[in-house]
Design a protein around this ligand. Structure first.
Ligand code: 3PG
Length: 213
């Protein structure tokens, strides 16, 4: 593992929270990143769900270099290439695409493919991964499903996303198989549009404190 990836995994696990962002206006990316930092979160997953994603990644890379910056909803190698060229340092996908995983591993880029079944987890393990995204967490059975999957795969740990909020975060905090939770609840697109930076910072602080171990 590269020195950077080692630091990244320590940061993600140390903070326990990765905001998943769908940003409509790249001009909001830098104040958003600063709001997350002020809330104690030095990592961000900017999803390719909006046209502004690439420019948002570029802006954060340039203006907030201390941020551990990832791209999410990456469903093709072309998107992974764009994300990395823009400054992203890790790749998250909703599902498991062997080609994307291999492309990242060949370049020593941290990659978190989405999994939620034993078959997908087994495939990811065979590709050499041990920290996976678990998605869509709540709909797929949440912590109960994670504990069951980790029976045969004790080496696997998850960054879980999908339906997580302050209402259920405590279950994830208590689960030893969970490295971190991710989600959009701290910085929803409408809150970013409305520049509610203080509110976003407060939600980040609350989430970080709930994931403290
Ligand atoms: C993701 O891509 O990780 C999820 O869509 C985030 O899920 P959430 O919006 O329910 O937090």
């Amino acid at each position: 593992m590269s020195e950077y990836n080692d630091k990244l995994s320590k940061v993600i696990e140390g903070v326990g929270v990765v905001p998943v962002i769908a940003i409509n206006d790249a001009r909001k990316a830098v104040p958003l990143a600063k709001a997350l930092l002020a809330g104690g979160i030095p990592c961000i997953e900017v999803t390719f769900r909006t046209a502004a994603a690439e420019d948002a990644i570029k802006a954060i890379h340039k203006e907030v270099p201390e941020m551990y910056l990832g791209a999410g909803t990456v469903i093709s190698i072309a998107q992974a290439e764009k994300a990395i060229a823009a400054g992203a340092r890790f790749i998250v996908s909703p599902g498991l695409d062997e080609n994307i995983v291999r492309w990242c591993l060949e370049r020593d880029i941290a990659v978190f493919p989405g999994t939620c079944t034993p078959t997908e987890v087994q495939k990811a393990v065979s590709l050499g991964l041990s920290v996976l995204k678990f998605f869509p967490s709540e709909a797929a059975g949440g912590v109960n499903m994670i504990k069951n999957i980790c029976g045969p795969f004790p080496q696997v740990r998850f960054m879980t996303t999908g339906g997580i909020s302050m209402a259920n975060i405590a279950q994830y905090q208590a689960c030893k198989h969970v490295v971190a939770v991710g989600g959009s609840w701290m910085a929803k697109s409408d809150a970013i549009d409305a520049e509610k930076w203080d509110e976003i910072t407060a939600k980040c602080k609350e989430a970080v404190s709930a994931m403290k171990r």
